[in-house]
Design a protein around this ligand. Structure first.
Ligand code: SDX
Length: 429
């Protein structure tokens, strides 16, 4: 990083020089690591909206311009020209693979898709109506009970095998969570299928008949995985980094990320966005719904973003996928898609949304697409977690391999009671 003249902070009668560090893209950062020692004061930034928590080379977002780069490559180019496993390699290793590197990586992932036979009994402990995200959180955390041979986070080879196992097994676990919820038998992975094809077959094949995968749905599934692969230091990625900073094993850290992603303000928004469209039902009900948003009775799910103050570049690609899947499944006139397009058109022209810079995000169209592919809404965030696993593990790996890495330990502004003496019960009123 190149350096510029320091920032100056006056605390009481002291003027403190704080180095300003420049990255390759994006805002400079003020290095406050020595501020507390020199000023006896903390910085204060609940929600970390003005805080860079780490240095990273993986993903860059420009919220004002609506730009998303993975290792420098724009998301729309990866979505249209690459595939999910190649994007996984890029996120993990920093460069696009050669043909030989890609073939080896694909073969490695393919041969790690099966689960330990004992693992399948783990699902029996859940009620059949358990939310698949509850199953994912538990099942992924349980993986560390099966892979004692790869829990040493300081061993580069064990870090790599854990990353491969997680990327490879998430589709198998996700498909099992779905099959368990619908009472159908588990379907084992097949090594002659591509990553997305294998996943769709494990979800929708039944023993009673041969399953024919629709290439249009495979392409859409693979693209949806690419769109959800990584997204800088979002809430769930920050959770994975903080969990990993204590030295916890990668399976436990990814389980923590899944738990955080489940929230409706984060990955749970795709499920909520489709439920919202179903609740609106018809374009005629849109004005009444928008009035409720303006009254702060509820939020427009799938709209707004902590960073994007422009159109989420993933939402554009997701809308294209929605068209393709609806056409492939004979739902071109899907009423919910009509409601979504009309709702977007109305919101983008309404001052309430314009002045708050609220645009569709990745979750606005994903629900319609996934529903048309046959997934119930309870599976939407599971698919988000499946895809985001590569981003989480790439960011975890980058943190563990950072020589300056230490345990994350934020401080606070304390406004509670000052010290006082205990009063025995007999002396209290
Ligand atoms: C993801 O961080 C990531 O990168 C996440 C993610 C990823 O890939 O990891 O991109 C995935 O989580 C996408 C976001 C999915 N969530 C939703 O779609 C849920 C609906 N969106 C909101 O809850 C909200 O937009 C957040 C949580 C996403 C952002 O919240 P902020 O940071 O509070 O938004 P803001 O500061 O821009 O809000 C400004 C104003 C506020 O109103 P005022 O109090 O100033 O009057 O806009 C309002 C907010 O209340 N607002 C909304 C709104 N989002 C913000 N009002 C109505 N509907 C909304 N969706």
């Amino acid at each position: 990083m190149t350096q510029t003249p320091p920032a100056k902070v006056t605390v009481g009668d002291k003027v403190i020089d704080l180095p300003i560090l420049k990255g390759s893209l994006g805002p400079d950062v003020i290095d406050i690591r020595k501020l507390y020692a020199q000023s006896d004061a903390f910085t204060y930034d609940p929600g970390f909206t003005s805080t860079a928590s780490c240095e990273s080379k993986i993903t860059y977002i420009d919220g004002d311009q609506g730009v998303l780069l993975h290792r420098g490559y724009p998301i729309d180019q990866l979505a249209s020209q690459s595939n999910f496993l190649e994007t996984c390699y890029l996120l993990l290793h920093g460069e696009l693979p050669s043909a030989a590197e890609y073939e080896k990586f694909e073969s490695t992932i393919t041969r790690h898709t099966m689960l330990h036979a004992q693992f399948d009994r783990f699902f029996d402990g859940f009620r059949r109506d358990a939310h698949p995200m509850a199953i994912m959180t538990g099942a992924v955390g349980a993986l560390s009970a099966f892979y004692h041979d790869s829990l040493d986070i300081h061993d580069a080879q064990q870090r790599e095998i854990s990353a491969h196992r997680l990327i490879a097994k998430m589709p198998t676990i996700a498909a099992r969570a779905f099959k368990y919820s619908v009472g159908q038998p588990f379907v084992h992975p097949k090594n002659n299928l591509s990553y997305a094809e294998n996943f769709l077959r494990m979800c929708f094949a039944v023993p009673a008949e041969d399953y024919v995968v629709d290439p249009a749905l495979v392409r859409a599934m693979d693209r949806i995985f690419i769109l959800h692969a990584d997204h800088e230091q979002n809430a769930s990625t920050s959770t994975v980094r903080l969990a990993g900073s204590s030295g916890a094993n990668p399976f436990a850290c990814i389980a923590a990320g899944i738990a955080c992603l489940w929230g409706p303000s984060h990955g749970g928004a795709n499920e909520e966005a489709l439920n919202m469209l179903r609740e609106i039902g018809t374009p005629e009900k849109i004005p009444e719904f928008i009035a409720g948003v303006k009254d702060r009775r509820y939020k427009l799910m799938g709209f707004g973003h902590r960073v994007y103050k422009n159109y989420d570049p993933r939402a554009k690609v997701m809308q294209t996928s929605a068209y393709e899947v609806l056409a492939a499944t004979g739902r071109e006139n899907d009423p919910l898609f009509q409601v979504a397009k009309e709702l977007e058109a109305v919101a983008l022209k309404d001052e309430f949304f314009i002045e708050r810079k609220l645009f569709p995000n990745v979750d606005f169209y994903s629900g319609i697409t996934l529903s048309a592919m046959g997934f119930p809404t309870t599976m939407f965030t599971v698919l988000f977690a499946l895809a985001r696993t590569v981003g989480w593990i790439a960011q975890w790996k980058e943190m563990i391999e950072d020589p300056g890495q230490k345990i994350g330990r934020p401080r606070q502004l304390y406004t509670g009671a000052t010290q006082r003496d205990f009063v025995p019960l007999s002396q209290r009123g």
